[in-house]
Design a protein around this ligand. Structure first.
Ligand SMILES: NC(=O)c1ccc[n+]([C@@H]2O[C@H](COP(=O)([O-])OP(=O)(O)OC[C@H]3O[C@@H](n4cnc5c(N)ncnc54)[C@H](O)[C@@H]3O)[C@@H](O)[C@H]2O)c1
Length: 257
């Protein structure tokens, strides 16, 4: 694999899908900078590959993202790929969710996509092309109850992806999103503990979540990373402004019993 030889990639998040994607890009020849807020996740990813630089960053804070991009420019002098995977997942309906939690969810999940583009696309322009993938969710297409802020953020990611795709298409900067169903990551463990309590049997809950997907299992982060890797590669040169569901058929059905 050498799809990414000589390329430089920025990834937000350091665990789950972000971790798998950073490793996938590094294995394909890219040098990667990953931005994460979780010290343990950051340290584990930094230890996993010498081609991955990890920077402790809150991706919702403009000055922190600007500083990270400044360091990336100093270190590598170019930027070819951005993968926005960082997110928070608060639970609650519009009454349960306090305004600060709602706004924080939008700032992390959507605002960070604006920030990595705002500070990153000018650098990308110098390479004459680039590719951005935003990790959305099936919850941006249809949703479960009790996750109002998260669902609002994921719908916004679909819309922002289209807007950025149109705005940057003429500069050969492609922008797409992926919408996973349930994937084996820390955010899904949070879901398991939210629904089944702090002592939930995670493996059993994941099997139950898997049963809800027509294909009969949950997804693996490497499967999502593989799709992202394709979308940011030159093989996807005619693809922009699109969303790709990777959900084991979850949103193909109507759920009619
Ligand atoms: N796992 C699933 O079932 C699933 C399904 C659909 C969509 N997604 C989406 O996939 C993406 C990745 O999530 P994941 O499943 O890998 O879970 P995850 O919890 O491993 O990943 C989220 C990452 O975001 C980081 N993060 C959170 N707030 C941050 C901040 N302010 N600054 C920097 N980093 C921050 C976390 O530290 C973590 O590394 C998210 O956008 C999530 O909404 C996941």
């Amino acid at each position: 694999m050498s799809d990414f030889d000589g390329r430089v990639a920025l990834v937000t998040g350091t665990t789950g899908i972000a971790r798998a994607t950073a490793l996938h890009l590094a294995e394909g020849g890219a040098r990667v900078m990953a931005l994460g807020i979780d010290p343990a996740g950051n340290a584990a990813l930094a230890a996993a590959s010498s081609d991955i630089t990890v920077r402790q960053t809150d991706v919702s804070v403009p000055a922190e993202v600007a500083a990270a991009l400044g360091e990336l420019e100093d270190r590598f002098g170019r930027l070819d790929i951005i993968v926005n995977s960082a997110a928070v997942h608060p639970y609650g309906d519009a009454v349960d969710t306090d305004p600060a939690t709602f706004m924080r969810c939008l700032a992390v999940n959507v605002g960070s996509i604006h920030l990595t583009a705002h500070f990153g696309v000018p650098l990308m322009r110098r390479s004459g092309k680039g590719a951005i993938v935003n990790v959305a969710s099936v919850q941006g297409h249809a949703c479960q109850s009790g996750v109002a802020a998260y669902v609002a953020s994921k719908g916004a990611i679909h819309a922002l992806t289209r807007a950025m795709a149109l705005d940057f298409a003429g500069e050969r900067i492609r922008v797409n999103s992926v919408s996973p169903g349930s994937v084996r990551t820390p955010i899904l463990e949070l879901a398991a503990r939210t629904f089944d309590g702090p002592d939930a049997d995670i493996a059993a809950v994941f099997r139950r979540f898997g049963d809800a997907h027509p294909i009969g299992r949950i997804g693996e982060p490497e499967e999502v990373a593989d799709l992202i890797g394709f979308l940011v590669s030159d093989r996807a040169g005619f693809i922009t402004g699109s969303d790709y569901r990777i959900d084991g058929g979850l949103t193909a059905g109507l759920g009619v019993k």
